[in-house]
Design a protein around this ligand. Structure first.
Ligand code: GCW
Length: 723
């Protein structure tokens, strides 16, 4: 009997499950994160009412591939969000028509006589206005360029996705930066350097014959946030990418990206003329070398007329470069720039140069190597500088080259992939970190000379501007490994478009488009995201500590590490813990690389009393008993920061668990698993770091800070890498 009853229940459960399956969308719509923030599921009836009368037909005249992409996106987007088919129409004969185009593609747009305004906004800017055509209330999305019209279309969709009114629109926008690029550190064998979301998206073996349809979705996602360039291969480059065989593959990718406004760039190995051309040298002043690059550029542009240009990592971490031939960075960059100039291509020269010298400070190396060349680079060269002077640490002060090279076009390089921030396991919203960077005042031209103004060209009147983000994408179904880290791709694009956007705004938009429109849940998620960066800094590298991570993989803590052949790859080089205290003295009594900043910044950072405590140990070696502003000793405060970081991961897990009913089960479970890893790692960071630093401080842990579960020897024994 019991058995029978059980099977009766089982049948009922199976029956119910079947009904549930019929009612819920099938695998194509499964909440696996694939759709990113471009989810066009129907809005609630109450939200739609105002939209429906404003969006009754799509009027997109003309026939180019970009116009077709606009038509498809708006049709999918509007029909999806409004839960009803929004038809295409040939003319604006209906109230609620949404008209999109350029003065060339659309007679309606041309008839509006917006030429002056559209010219001011440029080919990527757009104007969106609600107006009357005849007797009909319509919406016009116009640009001088089709890419601008595409961006306008995405903006319009975003307004509805984020529940903004669309009845009285009067919007004019243009990107503040010209080159808005994702840099992929993808190798030709499909692996991704510092990639934590699967393999490379480019399937080189299948190309050019087969192009994965996913590449179109990648380009769409980029276009939706205004990203207009993609560096396809690792800056630790193989020359092979420049062979005719590979260039054809690159051209096939470029074909797919082009309608969506994304141009391709390639990392060029400086020694390619030797490896591919059989030359005996890659000396940039050798005429055969220059001729080789010129020919190569011609060949590339023949295949890819809108090719963006080269990114070059030269004389950095073992890569070849002009210094190998006793030539300067300028010699190298300008020689390559001359090859690209006739085609309007650019050279993006990386400033990540830090040849070890005994007793030197790595944080000052890029400035020492590059700053003397200010004003010497050709007009089509940009110098790509990481946000901080060391290397994408959880927190760094801004790089002193920003504000230090007024006559050079500087292009920040941010890292979206989380090499030093817990890979794709840790929830960290990087917009807060980037905000801090953009808002930093360089004082290059007095107060208010923020990094944002250096970068967007307004401070020094630069003509060519740009920004790059090292991508966190891969073949994982949800693109970024962790559902929340899609937000960093999104935030990068939004900030590249407008470096003044506030992080809560970006977080809010993203949450509404990606997870939920429930106000209470938005508030919780937004708070978690905004708090996350400080929390990660707390449990990894508080108070200006940096570079404490394990080995070559950079996951987990190893402050004791001192066995790499290069001093400046060892954590002990950076924290300098001893019986007296902790931190790197970069003031006059130490390396004095603080002198690379302008006087007001230098003065503020040089004095322990005025140095922001978040940078204290970056610039100073501070005694363990030093009194912090809170009144606590350095040691106690350090320990409290570590504990605070751990507490945050626990509180966040609880909050996330409580949202079980508010988030779809698939992504809720996936994120919950990641948060468990994050707590585990935070505890590990706290315990390993404090146990180790305690051997120097010789002080007890303050009240409220938990004791480590293991001995220092045990922490040292094993690195833990989980992806
Ligand atoms: O952050 C470091 C990474 C290297 C990287 C290098 C760089 C591509 O550990 O993996 O190499 O920076 O930016 O060149």
């Amino acid at each position: 009997m019991i058995v029978e009853r059980k099977s009766g229940w089982r049948l009922l459960i199976i029956g119910m499950a079947f009904v549930v399956c019929l009612l819920t969308p099938g695998p194509a719509n499964a909440e696996d994160g694939y759709r990113l923030w471009l989810r066009y599921d129907p809005l609630r009836a109450s939200d739609i009412a105002g939209y429906k009368i404003r969006v009754t037909a799509l009027v997109i005249q003309g026939n180019s591939a970009t116009l077709a992409a606009i038509r498809r996106e708006l049709s999918d987007g509007c029909s999806g969000l409004l839960g009803t088919e929004v038809p295409n129409a040939a003319d604006a004969g209906k109230a609620g028509s949404v008209i999109v185009g350029t003065p060339e593609s659309s007679s309606i747009v041309a008839g509006l006589k917006w030429q002056t305004e559209l010219a001011r906004l440029g080919p990527e800017g757009f104007r969106i206005r609600s107006l009357k055509l005849g007797n009909h209330a319509v919406t016009v999305i116009a640009s001088n360029g089709e890419t601008g019209a595409l961006y306008g279309a995405f903006h319009f969709l975003r307004l509805m996705q984020t529940l903004q009114p669309i009845d009285k629109l009067d919007i004019a926008q243009k990107p503040r930066l010209q080159l808005r690029m994702l840099d992929h550190w993808d190798n030709l064998d499909g692996s991704v350097e510092r990639g934590y979301a699967g393999r490379s998206l480019w399937n080189w073996e299948a190309l050019p014959g087969t192009v994965d349809p996913r590449l179109r979705d990648y380009a769409r996602a980029n276009a939706s946030i205004g990203i207009n360039g993609s560096l396809l291969n690792n800056v630790n480059a193989s020359a092979q990418i420049l062979t005719p065989e590979y260039l054809r593959k690159v051209a096939a990718i470029a074909e797919v990206f082009r309608p969506l406004g994304v141009r391709v760039f390639l990392s060029a190995r400086f020694s390619a003329p030797m490896e591919l051309g059989g030359l005996k040298t890659a000396d940039p002043l050798d005429s055969a070398v220059a001729a080789w690059w010129k020919k190569k550029a011609d060949e590339i542009y023949h295949l890819i007329p809108d090719f963006g240009g080269f990114v070059v990592k030269a004389n950095s971490e073992g890569q070849p470069g002009p210094r190998t031939y006793n030539r300067s960075h300028v010699d190298g960059a300008n020689m390559m720039a001359a090859a690209l100039a006739p085609h309007h291509g650019v050279v993006i020269w990386r400033a990540f140069v830090y040849d070890m010298r005994p007793g030197y400070d790595r944080a000052g190396a890029a400035y020492e190597n590059l700053q003397p060349f200010d004003g010497k680079f050709a007009a089509n060269v940009l110098l790509q500088v990481k946000n901080g002077p060391v290397d994408f640490q959880p927190r760094e002060p801004f790089h002193p080259l920003f504000g230090g090279m007024p006559k050079t076009q500087l292009m920040p390089e941010l890292q979206i992939t989380q090499e030093y921030l817990g890979f794709s396991n840790h929830l960290v919203f990087l917009a807060s970190m980037w905000r801090e960077f953009f808002d930093s005042d360089t004082y290059a031209r007095g107060p208010g000379s923020t990094v944002a103004k250096v970068v967007d060209g307004t401070l020094e009147g630069q003509h060519l501007t740009g920004i790059a983000g090292v991508a966190n994408t891969g073949t994982d179904r949800n693109w970024t490994g962790h559902d929340f880290l899609q937000a960093n791709w999104y935030a990068f694009g939004r900030l590249a478009w407008n470096p003044d956007l506030a992080s809560p705004q970006i977080a809010g938009e993203w949450i509404k488009m990606t997870f939920t429109r429930d106000p209470q849940t938005i508030e919780t998620l937004s708070r978690i995201m905004i708090e996350s960066h400080e929390a990660v800094v707390d449990y990894m590298t508080p108070l200006g500590l940096h570079h404490l991570m394990w080995g070559g993989h950079h996951y987990g803590p190893a402050p004791w590490w001192n066995t790499f052949e290069r001093d400046d790859w060892n954590p002990v080089y950076y924290h300098k813990a001893d019986a007296r205290g902790l931190g790197f003295d970069r003031t006059e009594t130490g390396s004095n690389t603080l002198s690379q900043y302008h006087a007001p910044v230098r003065k503020e950072f040089a004095d322990e009393a005025t140095c922001p405590e978040k940078f204290l140990l970056w610039f100073h070696h501070v005694p363990w008993d030093y009194r912090m502003r809170s009144g606590h000793t350095l040691w106690d405060e350090l320990a409290q920061h570590y504990q605070r970081g751990v507490n945050w991961t626990r509180a966040t897990r609880r909050e996330w668990d409580a949202l079980a009913g508010a988030i779809d089960p698939e992504r809720h479970t996936a994120v919950a698993k990641k948060l468990a890893l994050q707590e585990r790692d935070a505890v590990w960071w706290r315990d390993a770091c404090l146990t180790y630093f305690q051997t120097f401080s010789q002080r007890p842990l303050p009240a409220g800070v938990e004791k480590a579960a293991k001995t220092l020897e045990e922490y040292k024994a094993k690195s833990l890498v989980r992806r």
